[in-house]
Every structure is written in C-alpha cells, then in structure tokens.
Design a protein around this ligand. Structure first.
Ligand code: A3P
Length: 290
C-alpha cells in the first residue's frame, strides 16, 4: 500500500481519498436521530464510541457484539482501499439512529447535521499527549503520510500540517459553537480522572435510562485494559496492510502525561510558547497532568 498524500480541501489537509470523494461526504444527509462523535485524531474517539455503544445497549456487551451499531463503522469521510467498504457505503445499509464518527473540523461537518439538529459529542485531549499519540499512530497507520522525525513532527503539528489540519483550530472551533449548537464537549483528562462522572454526563445528554449500577459496569467494560483485550475495540480486525500493530498497538498506553517521556525540555519550551500564542483567545480547561 502506498501512503496517501494530503490534499488541501478548503484550507484543511486531508488524505487524498477523502479529497477525491469530498462532494459525496459534504452532501451526506443524516437522520435527525443520528449522533455524531467528533474528535481530532487520537483524542479518545474509540473510547467515547464504546461508551456510547454500551449506553445505547444498556451496558450489555453481548448485544454490542451481536447487533453491531453504526458505532463500529469507519469514519464518515474515510475511504479505505477495496475490499474495505467506505463509511458512506456502510451508513447506507444501516437504519437510523446511527452513531457516526468524524475527524472533520467543525466547518467541514456536513451541513445536514446542523440542519437536522443531530446530537454531537466532541472529545478533546491535551495537545502534548495528543501529538505523541498521533506520532505513534502515523507510524502504524499505513494510509497516512510518513511521520518522519519526532522533532519535525512536532513542528508539523504546531503548523497544522498533519492530516485533518490544525489541532488548535479544531478544538477551538467546536468549543466556540458548543452552546449554540448543543455540542457535548468532553475532555480526555476528565474521563480518565472520573469516568463515572463523565459517563453520567453522556447518559444525560443522550437522554437514555441507564441505572447507576450499569454505569459502574460500563466503566469496567471501557477501561483501557478491557478495551485493549477486546477484539471489537482494539482494531485487530483491520488488516495489517492498513494498521501494522507490530509497529505500535492501536491501544498503546491510554494515559495522561505520557508526553513527558517524549518532549525534551527544549521541545517543551518551544511548544509551550507557541501554544500560549495559538490558544490565547480561548479558555478551554485542558490539563497536561492529572
Ligand atoms: P495513546 O496512544 O496515548 O495510548 P482515538 O480512538 O481517537 O484514535 O484515540 C486513541 C488514543 O486513546 C490512544 O492513546 C488510546 O490508547 C487511547 N484510548 C483508547 N481507549 C482508551 C480507554 N478506554 N482509556 C484510556 N485511553 C484510551
């Protein structure tokens, strides 16, 4: 497989396969009952989708396996090489309500989601852990461009040159619209710190009747360890020519603060200075350690 180059779509670098199919993605019309999970890559997408899937199945892991919800589909915009079907193809075969994933920045989310007032859950993760996780992912995900050196990778991250564009614009875009568009905005660090509290927030947002006991069970079922061993969530079903997990496992570490093992003090200082500039106009309560 050749790694796909990035092509600019409305100022956002996207994988060439997405750019080529841009029209069909942007015209996608969801049902009002559909739910969108939006993230910058590596912010906790898989974790959030597993929580939502279990909430919709009242904590029944067997049902999650037997009645594969749309939660399992690839992203709305992802076009994998044949024979793997695209997100759009799979969506056509499923009945609403579907849980749809995207990494699109808010301005590229198909208009239909807003017109139809679909529920949207956004998960954001602190920039330093996010870039570390993305660096490992770009090594094992053979559809993405080669990540190159770690130092060069941090530069690309700061300049918004990675697939799906600038992390800074991404987290800010959804943050600014969260009230107006009724977006549930979650933080990875909060989920690590107190999963019961965060899962209850999702329960309330979805308006599902799930008991507190079941919430406790969902916490266990969505722990990093359980999800790492679960073939439904560890992406072991993705063929090796797309995800080479011998390079780096999809469920890699799942921690807050792993960045300290990757940033040198000098890299951290440059990053912090740039971060202060890029984030000066918002006040999102990110934490780099818990
Ligand atoms: P690391 O690379 O830091 O381990 P996404 O699903 O958006 O691609 O994000 C993947 C990141 O979320 C990986 O981070 C992965 O380990 C982490 N992750 C997945 N499930 C998790 C869970 N249940 N608890 C904590 N972290 C989880």
């Amino acid at each position: 497989l050749k790694r796909f180059p990035l092509i600019n779509v409305q100022g956002i670098p996207l994988m060439s396969t997405i750019a080529a199919n841009w029209k069909s993605v942007s015209e996608f019309s969801p049902d009002p009952s559909d739910l969108l999970i939006a993230t910058y890559p590596k912010a906790g997408t898989t974790w959030a989708q597993e929580i939502v899937d279990l909430l919709l199945h009242n904590g029944d892991a067997e049902m999650c396996k037997r009645a594969p919800t749309a939660v399992r589909i690839p992203f709305l915009e992802i076009f994998s090489p044949p024979p793997i079907p695209s997100g759009l193809e799979l969506l056509k075969e499923m009945k609403p309500p579907r849980v749809i994933k995207t990494h699109m920045p808010i301005q590229l989310v198909p208009k239909g989601f807003w017109d139809n007032k679909c529920k949207v859950i956004y998960v954001a993760r602190n920039a330093k852990d996010n870039v570390v996780s993305y660096f490992y992912f770009d090594q094992m995900n053979l559809t993405h461009p080669e990540p190159g050196s770690w130092d060069g990778y941090i530069q690309k991250f700061m300049k918004g040159q990675l697939s799906w564009g600038s992390w800074y614009d991404h987290v800010k875009g959804y943050w600014r619209e969260r009230k107006e568009r009724n977006i549930l905005y979650l933080l990875y660090e909060d989920m690590k710190e107190n999963p019961v509290r965060e899962i209850k927030k999702i329960r309330q947002y979805l308006g599902v009747l799930v008991s507190d006991d079941v919430i406790e069970r969902i916490v266990q079922l969505t722990s990093f360890k359980t999800m790492k061993d679960n073939p439904m969530t560890n992406y072991s079903f993705i063929p090796k020519f797309l995800f080479d997990q011998s390079v780096s496992p999809f469920m890699r570490k799942g921690e807050v603060g792993d960045w300290v093992h990757h940033f040198t003090p000098a890299q951290s200082q440059v990053f912090d200075e740039d971060y202060a500039k890029q984030m000066k106009d918002v006040d999102i309560p990110f934490r780099f350690r818990i």
